[in-house]
Design a protein around this ligand. Sequence first.
Ligand code: 2AM
Ligand code: CA
Ligand code: CA
Ligand code: CA
Length: 269
Amino acid sequence: MNKEKRDMLFNQAKDWVLEAGRNIRHKIKDPLHIDTKSNANDLVTAMDKETEEFFADHIKGKYPDHSILSEEGFGDDLNSLEGVVWIIDPIDGTMNFVHQKKNFAISLAIYEDGIGEIGLIYDVMSDVLYQAKHGEGAYKNDIPLTPLDKDKKFEEVVFGLNHFWLCENRLVGEKYMQQFVKDVRGTRTYGSAALEFAFVAEGVLDGYLSMNLAPWDVAAGMVIVKETGGVTTNIDGNQLSLLDKDSVLTVNPSIQERLLDSYIKVGRK
Ligand code: 2AM
Ligand code: CA
Ligand code: CA
Ligand code: CA
């Protein structure tokens, strides 16, 4: 994508993200309309749907030849990333939205022919926008994020992961993940994959691991993390397809090999 097109799409996407965020803040105290999806803890609200519909209507109205990949059903049924694709999670961290009324984000990415061009992650209640354009660095609001520490010591790692990793799970033996938790300095669980990606880009977390994420959970984060020198793969070290769900590891490259080799590969089921 040329710079002129990228800048134009970035400015438009950013305007819509900020407008959607203002709408959510305006209605944050309204009564919630909550449904469940795959299980009793997998929540969706009317605000998830309203926000996604806002993006879909605006994108389809202005860019009818672009495609949309999104969580709540207002996007397209895609089997390729050809052309310009907007990958959107209208509310990432719905459980936080419902229970805390904070700590959730709008995640919006624009890819062209599979290449991540634009990433926006908006922490709505804090009014903090993480933003990146391919090859142009990443920003937190208007402040540039610094490149990740190339010599991160494993003993000083602060790492994002869901507590499910420490229970019996189908991917990695829990005793290996428990050893990992003991070996690093600390672990954190924020409950929004998009925000956890943003924190990895910022160096606030040195990595984030998740068992099963969809393209809209990771697409914007991957663009932003890459701009500060982070890498994103699945737990087998392979590239994500962005058309299917997968396990996800986004991480400072200086700890990637040890994490994969000493804990995940040896514990892999
Ligand atoms: P969501 O809030 O958009 O559903 C929670 O640990 C993180 O995992 C959130 O980013 C959440 O996104 C994501 N997630 C992906 N699949 C999920 C599921 N089936 N149930 C709950 N959270 C899920
Ligand atoms: Ca969801
Ligand atoms: Ca999500
Ligand atoms: Ca969501």
